[in-house]
Design a protein around this ligand. Structure first.
Ligand code: PEP
Ligand code: MN
Length: 337
């Protein structure tokens, strides 16, 4: 952090500010020029509030030279994080292939889809039990019964389960029953939920908020990590832009950006990013080509009659073709399925 001092500030007042800053645990290095005095702050500035420094009448401006996220920052953790989920890993050479319906609808549906995606090569099963729907009149999910059905599908296939949490009240049950806890786009900045998830040791799939910048998203990861849970998988699922043709706009540039800024693995959700089943294939391929660590894709046995997101769900047969076509793309970028 750099603090620019106003011209003509008496030395005594610069010394007072220097002492106040030192008391916050940072090292203060003054640079005295003919026209300007600059204080260079070195150390952990994450707990120093800019507005507190800017409130000092002798301060002209405060500038940041490092990002506000620390634990999620690649600068302080150069090696990529590989999140372990039982026998599986997310962030290594092998791509995480997460597939399943938007929502758990019945035993037959979730177990049937689980068997099919497992046979095709998926290594995780997704399925919403608690659904964050825009309309209160829309299907809200089977809730706790849905979790039980997911557990049945896991028992039948061995696939670890990924499902969304909506409330901090459910943490205990999710911690016990779920393999990866998903934080949906709408809850990316539910800071109380993030803090509670920081206390668990379960892997968290943190989706990017509808209009969140990359920095805001990484600050949400920082909330969880600052509580001690460093097993985070980021998920790019498209952002709101002026374009209405697609449900969201898939920000493919977020993948190399995250790889540069952070050590955390990142997967891509082309289903919610586009809202169109026929766009899932090309964008899944693009995501792998630009370095995603995996894909989370909505697969449904009967998309036309799905209770949620049928328009963006692909059938198992389409998923099977995609997985085969992804193999050479993954190999070209040093990954495997
Ligand atoms: C989902 O994955 O089911 C979901 C609701 O996604 P998002 O939070 O990205 O909208
Ligand atoms: Mn969905």
């Amino acid at each position: 952090m750099i603090v620019i001092i106003k011209r003509g500030t008496p030395q005594k007042e610069i010394d007072d500010l220097t002492n106040q800053l030192t008391a916050k645990g940072v090292e203060v290095n003054p640079v005295v020029g003919k026209d300007l005095i600059i204080l260079g702050l070195v150390g952990d500035t994450s707990k120093i509030d800019d507005s507190w420094i800017e409130a000092n009448r002798n301060v002209e401006r405060v500038m940041h030279v490092a990002e506000p996220f620390k634990k999620a920052n690649r600068m302080f953790h150069p090696a990529p994080t590989v999140v372990e989920v039982g026998e599986n890993r997310i962030g290594g050479k092998k791509l995480a292939m997460i597939a399943g319906p938007c929502s758990v609808e019945s035993e037959q549906q979730i177990c049937g889809v689980a068997e099919e995606v497992k046979r095709i090569g998926a290594n995780f099963l997704r399925g919403g039990a608690f659904k964050p729907r825009t309309s209160p009149y829309a299907f809200q999910g089977l809730k706790y019964d849905g979790l039980e059905l997911l557990k049945e599908a896991r028992a039948a296939t061995g696939l670890p389960i990924v499902t969304e949490i909506m409330s901090p009240y459910d943490i205990e049950i999710f911690e016990r029953d779920v393999d990866i806890i998903q934080v949906g786009a709408r809850n990316m900045q539910n800071f109380e939920l993030l803090k509670e998830l920081g206390r668990t040791r379960k892997p968290i799939l943190l989706k990017r908020g509808l209009s969140a910048t990359i920095e805001e998203w990484l600050m949400s990861a920082e909330y969880i990590m600052s509580g001690g849970n460093e097993s985070i998988i980021l998920c790019e699922r498209g952002i709101r832009t002026f374009e209405t043709y697609t449900r969201n706009t898939l920000d493919l540039s977020a993948i190399p950006a995250i790889k540069k800024l952070s050590h955390l693995p990142i997967v891509v959700d082309p289903s919610h990013a586009t809202g169109k089943w026929w766009m899932v294939d090309p964008l899944a391929k693009a995501a792998v080509a630009v370095g995603a660590d995996g894909l989370i894709i909505e697969v449904h046995n009967d998309p036309a009659n799905a209770l949620c997101d049928g328009q963006q769900s692909i059938k198992p047969s389409v998923y099977g073709e995609l997985v085969e076509e992804l193999r050479p793309i993954a190999a070209a970028v040093g990954r495997e399925l």
